[in-house]
Design a protein around this ligand. Structure first.
Ligand code: ADP
Ligand code: ADP
Length: 221
């Protein structure tokens, strides 16, 4: 079975149709780019997949034991909040921590360190997040998503406010992570994502295109 199977999903806010009859699936280690203009329903689709919103029609099937992590837009992250990098990464365990009302375990600590090493941000661990560059902050948010060993990560515009070099670095990192996990990534920039993704899902409330990105054909959408 696929990791995630989105079937005929229709989502309305009152009478405003945000998603109309959307179907697609996510296989193990698949890299899917979700593309579309502002208001196309990209965030709504993520919320339906994460179970935050329930569609009026259709369903999202998630195969048993599939662990999904979400990386929010870094622009919506409050950089003035006084918190260290290591504590942001450890927030990846927050859900468990709340459940058990306990401190972090040695095992969680080791896991956070190994993820930060892998992402090349271990030297930043005691910095305040306000001191980081956009690319460094994005890596911290990705690290936070990785500590729970997800099978799928959802990323909302992970390179939105980054310069070209930092954008490329993040995509190269995602490509590497993709050898172990599926990735669903929201982007405005088709040209940038084209060479990394296995499939493009272009939506404008309904599906405009779903398939392999061929550099010429869909570049104009
Ligand atoms: P995107 O992420 O592609 O910009 P959204 O999923 O945020 O698109 O929005 C899709 C449509 O649904 C837009 O018309 C938006 O205004 C509307 N919408 C999104 N969230 C809400 C909400 N909480 N209540 C009402 N309408 C919403
Ligand atoms: P994004 O750029 O990530 O799609 P938006 O700016 O569209 O974000 O939306 C930000 C937040 O406002 C989201 O949580 C979305 O659900 C909500 N929202 C968007 N459009 C509306 C709307 N028309 N009415 C109420 N809430 C909305």
């Amino acid at each position: 079975m696929k990791l995630i199977d989105v079937r005929n999903v229709t989502l309305k806010y009152d009478n405003n149709i945000a998603l109309k009859n959307i179907s697609f699936s996510v296989d193990k280690k698949e890299f899917i780019g979700v593309l579309g203009p502002n208001g196309a329903g990209k965030s709504s689709l993520f919320k339906v997949i994460l179970g935050i919103l329930k569609p009026q029609n259709g369903e999202v099937r998630i195969s048993e034991k599939t662990n999904i992590s979400y990386v929010s837009q870094s622009v919506s992250f409050d950089k003035s909040f006084p918190i260290k990098v290591i504590d942001v990464v450890m927030m990846g365990f927050l859900e468990k921590r709340i459940r058990f009302l306990r401190g972090y375990s040695r095992k969680e600590n080791d896991k956070a360190y190994s993820v930060m090493k892998k992402l090349g941000i271990i030297d930043l661990k005691d910095r305040q997040i306000g001191e980081l560059s956009g690319g460094q902050l994005q890596k911290v948010l990705i690290a936070r998503a990785l500590v729970s060993d997800p099978h799928v990560i959802l990323l909302d515009e992970p390179t939105a406010s980054l310069d070209t070099d930092a954008k490329t670095e993040i995509f190269e990192l995602l490509k590497e992570l993709n050898s172990n996990m599926a990735i669903i990534l929201v982007s405005h920039n088709l040209n940038m994502v084209c060479k990394y993704i296995d499939k493009a899902l272009i939506i404008d409330r309904e599906i405009v295109y779903y398939g392999e990105p061929d550099d010429e054909g869909i570049g104009q959408v």
